[in-house]
Design a protein around this ligand. Structure first.
Ligand code: SAM
Length: 246
């Protein structure tokens, strides 16, 4: 039967779609990262489908089991703790295995922190590059950021509250004038989206932007042309990407 990849809210429970609720009610099994986290969501929507954990540490074993269940005719939904499964979350190996087995995969789209931050940032959304979490080691992080910051695309990163200050300082060392947007607690009660040159952003940290909660960093792309030419540049970048996809 079908594997459904179901998007769930990134903080605001009103962001659940009607289709997501229906599918989670109809499937035989919900595979999720943490049964306690998804249990709260399913309880809220009156969904009593059994939950099974599928996470980074058991995904190899579970992939095999879930493919077998699909082959037996069960339908399964995959969700993550929040947002879209597979996006900086487990699931890719499962989708790959399910498709290789000739079984059906359907996505039920929903909220995503990266796109929510980009859309709210005011930075160019014509062309962007999502790079998930940066490496933790200082030298690897600096080298990754230096290379990303040469790209003529908006760069979207996920970051923990414990490392966000250090990451902004590394961005500042590479280019102190770069415009950066910090999206904090998106869709939640204390949502903040601040877009400013990185040096100014750093001066607002702690006092105006508490280092608590969840963060997305969006870095302006490196554009070599004048502002009025940027529009054309992003158009030609898009044309290139479109060509590549075809
Ligand atoms: N799959 C999720 C998605 O579609 O957005 C992302 C999962 S990833 C493990 C978790 C990271 O996403 C957090 O560390 C944070 O960087 C970002 N994130 C998730 N929810 C967020 C929110 N409400 N506000 C800001 N960032 C968020």
């Amino acid at each position: 039967m079908t594997l459904y990849l179901v998007g769930t809210p990134i903080g605001n429970l009103e962001d659940m779609t009607f289709r997501a609720v229906r599918i989670l009610k109809e499937v035989d099994l919900i595979a999720c990262e943490d049964t306690r986290v998804t249990g709260k969501l399913t309880h809220h929507y009156g969904i009593d489908t059994p939950l099974k954990s599928y996470h980074e540490h058991n995904k190899d074993k579970m992939t095999e089991q879930l493919v077998e269940k699909l082959q037996e005719g069960l339908s399964i939904a995959l969700v993550s703790d929040a947002g879209l499964p597979l996006i900086s979350d487990p699931g890719y190996e499962l989708v790959n295995a399910v498709r290789k087995a000739g079984l059906q995969v359907e996505t039920v789209p929903g909220p995503n922190a990266a796109l929510t931050a980009l859309m709210t940032s005011g930075l160019s959304s014509y062309s962007f590059l999502f790079s998930g979490f940066l490496p933790r080691k200082d030298n690897e992080k600096t080298s990754k950021l230096s290379s990303l910051m040469k790209e003529p695309h908006s760069i979207i990163l996920y970051e923990s509250p414990y490392r966000v200050k250090d990451t902004l300082q590394t961005i500042q060392k590479i280019d102190e004038n770069r415009i950066v947007s910090l999206g904090r607690e998106l869709t939640k009660r204390f949502e903040q989206v601040v877009t400013a040159p990185v040096t100014e952003l750093l001066s607002q940290l702690e006092e105006h932007i508490p280092l608590k909660g969840e963060f997305v960093i969006v870095i302006d792309g490196q554009y070599e042309m004048m502002e009025e030419e940027r529009w054309w540049a992003t158009l030609s970048i898009n044309a290139h990407v479109e060509h590549y996809i075809k």
